[in-house]
Design a protein. Structure first.
Length: 292
């Protein structure tokens, strides 16, 4: 794939996957994970990053970019073993270590176990990226079952509380928490009502936790990234083929984005370059102005 943004695919062919969170190597075209021209400069030297949903899509791109910048990476994934193994391979190709942990973070005990394992292997956690999520397309509120509503909230926002709570005792001054929210947090989505609601909660959680930790003088920064339409396995596994074929074309740039175009926002927020930034959200959405 070209490193020229003007030559990225405008959209993808119509396609669907039957199971979330989706499989990256089944996508066509496959997402770009890291920009070939990016040269690491050790911005995260000797850091350890824990990334939920790190096996594919944005999470994989963040993991590989962090590794290129000198960080060891621990990844939590739900069940896509092949995707997780590929991410580990890519991280190790960057000369860093990668710990894989299979877990359902909607259960509080799972977060505690993952944090314990990360500390056991690496000794520290400096960066937490809360990135795991699900979404289910429904054209009518009446079609959102209690089971779907509960799954969406438990996966997207409850798990973020659980994992952050488990990690916080291990973070120190200068460390960073980065939460994946969404453009839907700001303008909603008529076919992702429950998903958009959780993303609104994530945005508010980000601001509230930032204020809380600053008031406690802990020196731990909390920020968010709000992607727009990014080409990840979640897209063909949650939308119908017609929606996938048009994905991202309604942005000002007229195209979907790639994970490689989102990951640098996480790198910036994780690094000392963002030492005076907390409680903020970076919008990577193809040009839509949301004023948030």
């Amino acid at each position: 794939m070209s490193n020229n943004p003007d030559q990225y695919p405008t959209a993808a062919p119509a396609q669907v996957q039957q199971h979330q969170p989706g499989q990256q190597d089944a996508m066509h075209p496959e997402p770009e994970i890291i920009k070939p021209a990016h040269k690491g400069s050790q911005k995260l030297h000797n850091k350890v990053a824990l990334i939920s949903g790190g096996d594919s899509g944005i999470g994989r791109s963040v993991a590989v970019l962090f590794a290129r910048e000198g960080a060891d990476v621990a990844i939590i994934y739900l069940e896509e073993q092949e995707d997780a193994e590929k991410t580990r391979q890519l991280v190790e190709q960057e000369g860093q270590h990668c710990l894989l942990m299979k877990a359902d973070l909607s259960e509080p005990e799972a977060s505690e176990k993952c944090v314990e394992e990360t500390i056991k292997v690496f000794g520290n956690i400096h960066i937490l990226v809360n990135n795991a999520g699900v979404q289910f397309q429904q054209k009518d509120l009446a079609n959102i079952s209690p089971e779907q509503l509960e799954k969406t909230f438990k996966t997207n926002i409850f798990s973020m509380f659980y994992l952050t709570k488990a990690v916080l005792p291990h973070l120190k001054e200068g460390d960073s928490i980065i939460n994946t929210t969404s453009i839907t947090s700001y303008h909603g989505h008529d076919e992702l009502m429950d998903y958009a609601s959780t993303k609104g909660a994530i945005t508010t959680f980000t601001r509230s936790l930032s204020n809380n930790l600053m008031k406690q003088k802990k020196g731990i920064r909390v920020n968010g990234v709000a992607p727009g339409p990014i080409w990840t396995p979640l897209i063909p596994s949650s939308f119908d083929a017609e929606t996938v074929a048009k994905f991202g074309q309604d942005t000002p740039m007229g195209r979907m984005g790639q994970p490689s175009e989102v990951a640098p926002a996480y790198l910036f927020l994780a690094s000392d370059d963002a030492s005076y930034i907390t409680g903020q959200v970076i919008h990577v959405n193809g040009g839509e102005i949301v004023n948030g």
